[in-house]
Design a binder for this molecule. Structure first.
Ligand code: AMP
Length: 367
């Protein structure tokens, strides 16, 4: 997966597959126009790569020229194109082959083709490396196509997202845009309370591994019985058990716009497993948003919560201190894990519930 500006893209066509498509295009043009000394007219900026590769495969004499158009703002077609018609070559009586890297609606090539007809070429052909047949308006025949592709926004091999990505030798396609947030912080930081509010506000699925364990304990499942032996002592449930449980929870929500992970990951092995799981779904962790709270405030809050939560692990100060210790030894290093990827966002976790929701929302909005 790669990132350009704010968007993520996943591999779509390899350099070899692109080369095969160029060969296919070159074969058809050689077959029809090898002896015609054509003018290959590349449409800038996107076609510079395919022009370079295509003319090297052309077996006769040819001339090359470029013309500039612009029809995309970001990932959406703007519906209008700008043409820069300053051609430094006469097209009168020539075989002209317009070279595009990609044709989707056809707006650019169709308008360009109309304008070029006024220059009286003998033949005017359109060649495109990629065509999106699902959206092409078919006002004109496309004479030569390297390969048909699905209607997806692609970058690489000359194509860009806001000017980045043109240099990539492979083609990439936009990955699903999910908001997957790891809500982080020591026990008692307020993750559960805040996650409940934020899931409503952002339409996300909230998965609390602690809640899932408690649900299993209450229902005396095998998983619950196993987890209880660790949880009551303030220790972590083994990674393998927790990771499998988390995967099963994620699988229950195939249509989710994103997840708030609360209490997961708690170890580096879990963080790596989460990356793998999300990658397999063409998405990734958007960021870790952490509630930062001092230890003594945590102990006080958890003892207070223990009076009403019915949680055995909240009632006893030594278990609470053990949980905080486990957090510093095993979980806190994850800050580093996400910081290295520029995905760590710390938030002051002391204040009213509303104030903290507002502070967290500032970070959620950015992701
Ligand atoms: P929590 O409700 O997040 O404070 O979790 C309560 C307890 O459940 C923890 O102290 C652990 O024993 C266990 N637990 C919850 N999430 C995890 C996790 N990701 N890995 C291991 N143990 C966990």
């Amino acid at each position: 997966m790669i990132q350009l500006h704010d968007l993520h893209f996943k591999p779509f066509l390899s350099a070899q597959q692109i080369s095969d498509a160029v060969n296919n295009l070159a074969y058809q043009i050689n077959r029809d126009h090898k002896e015609d000394r054509p003018v290959f007219l590349g449409i800038l900026n996107g076609s510079f790569m395919v022009m370079a590769d295509l003319v090297r495969r052309f077996e006769g004499d040819c001339e090359t020229a470029f013309i500039r158009t612009k029809s995309y703002e970001g990932t959406k077609s703007t519906g209008t194109i700008q043409l820069d018609m300053d051609l430094d070559i006469s097209l009168e009586g020539r075989t002209v082959i317009i070279v595009e890297n990609i044709v989707d609606t056809g707006l650019t090539v169709v308008s360009l083709s109309r304008k070029l007809k006024q220059h009286n070429p003998q033949h005017l052909k359109i060649a495109t490396l990629f065509l999106k047949p699902e959206v092409y308006n078919r006002e004109l025949e496309i004479d030569y196509v390297g390969q048909n592709i699905e209607n997806k926004f692609v970058v690489g091999y000359g194509m860009d997202y806001n000017n980045l990505g043109r240099n990539l030798p492979e083609l990439y396609v936009q990955a699903k845009q999910m908001k997957n947030i790891v809500l982080f912080g020591p026990p008692g930081a307020g993750k559960g309370t805040q996650a409940e509010r934020l899931k409503e506000k952002y339409g996300l699925v909230h998965i609390s591994t602690g809640d899932v364990f408690r649900y299993n304990i209450k229902n005396a499942t095998e998983l619950g019985k196993l987890a209880k032996t660790y949880i009551d002592k303030g220790n972590l449930v083994p990674d393998e058990v927790t990771i499998n449980m988390l995967k099963a929870e994620v699988e229950k929500h195939p249509e989710a716009k994103g997840f708030i992970f609360d209490g997961f990951p708690r170890t580096e092995a879990q963080a790596t497993a989460l990356d793998g799981l999300l990658e397999s779904k063409d998405t990734q962790v958007s960021g870790m948003v952490a509630l930062e709270v001092d230890d003594e405030v945590l102990v006080e809050r958890l003892l207070e919560r223990g009076k009403s939560s019915g949680r055995a692990d909240d009632a006893n100060e030594s278990v609470i201190r053990d949980r905080i210790k486990v957090y510093y030894n095993e979980t806190a290093p994850l800050k580093d894990f996400y910081q290295k990827q520029n995905k760590y966002y710390g938030v002051d976790g002391v204040g009213s519930i509303d104030e903290i929701t507002d502070r967290l929302s500032v970070e959620f909005d950015k992701l």
